[in-house]
Write a protein that binds this ligand. Structure first.
Ligand SMILES: [Zn+2]
Length: 312
């Protein structure tokens, strides 16, 4: 699965969980549904439907159609394996348009900002927009998130909204489509967080940390032998575990001697076990350091397991 697919699955899961737990206000629910319709290629009196690679998104769209029109829309798989949902009934299309404040005779497709009633409605709209028109590149390759839209007027309205939330995008026209995009990791992280994809944000931050660390360590170490690459990967996994503990429970949840070692490890990615041991307030041996790091890793694994069980 691609990173983009993972992010969308996470967003759908997030949207469903906040809906089911009653944490999402009716205005935000309506806005999110609205975005699923609005940012699709077809949203007019003559044609309305969604084409997506994601079954979850097709399900969301189809159930919204059923709720608003009382009828199940037509569903099919395209030759390329995509999911297509089509609102075939003209009366149904009209009902959906008027639900969102459209007559069906609009010349340009615009964002109806009147539907956005609270602060969180913006996040809900962006989530819906990303689900239907967004993609994100695997951060291992590049930091890049974009929305691809068929209509310039709608593209500019979305750009305005993104600017309002403090994330002004860049714009480019590509093959007749209107594209809003970000190439800096901070904006991508902020937008993912705003939309509710915290796991994806963590992954992106982890990848960034890995790259930064690798560059930093590279300057000091010689990576030509496999041994130092292994050392580096071990250090990286330890740091990732420590960050995870910090994020979920705080480093105070560690005993004082583990906490001191954790801090030393994070601050000195390039230290060997021997160097770590020598720099503790009460120096210990290489194997002592190894033993303590093992404990830290095991604790992080326990926390990950707890998180995993919470989700399923
Ligand atoms: Zn709202």
């Amino acid at each position: 699965m691609s990173f983009s697919t993972d992010v969308k699955s996470e967003l759908v899961k997030y949207a469903l969980s906040v809906r089911e737990s009653g944490q999402m206000k009716p205005c935000c629910m309506q806005t999110e549904t609205y975005a699923l319709f609005l940012f699709c290629r077809a949203f007019s009196a003559g044609e309305m439907g969604l084409k997506t690679e994601h079954k979850d998104i097709a399900d969301l769209y189809a159930s919204a159609v059923r709720d608003m029109t009382g009828h199940r829309p037509k569903r099919e798989r395209t030759a390329g394996g995509k999911y297509r949902v089509v609102v075939e009934d003209p009366i149904g299309r009209q009902a959906i348009l008027s639900e969102f404040g459209y007559s069906g005779n609009e010349v340009n497709r615009r964002l109806n900002t009147g539907l956005l009633q609270c602060e969180n409605c913006r996040a809900a709209l962006l989530r819906g927009a990303f689900l239907t028109s967004g993609t994100i590149t695997d951060p291992e390759k590049d930091y890049h998130l974009e929305f691809v839209l068929g209509t310039k007027s709608l593209c500019m309205d979305l750009s305005g909204l993104l600017t309002e939330v403090g994330l002004p995008p860049k714009y480019v026209q590509r093959n007749g489509a209107h594209v809003l995009y970000y190439k800096d990791s901070e904006s991508v992280e902020d937008l993912l967080t705003l939309m509710g994809a915290t796991e994806a944000t963590l992954e992106l931050m982890g990848t960034k940390m890995y790259k930064d660390m690798r560059n930093r360590v590279n300057r000091r170490m010689n990576f030509e032998n496999a041994n130092s690459t292994r050392t580096f990967d071990a250090a990286y996994r330890q740091i990732e575990a420590i960050r995870y503990i910090e994020q979920k429970r705080g480093l105070q949840s560690l005993s004082p001697e583990l906490r001191e070692l954790a801090k030393l490890r994070v601050e000195n990615a390039d230290y060997s076990l021997k160097e770590l041991g020598e720099n503790l307030s009460e120096p210990i041996s290489r194997s002592g350091v190894n033993h303590r790091l093992q404990k830290i890793m095991e604790y992080a694994d326990e926390l990950r397991l707890i998180e995993k069980n919470k989700k399923s």
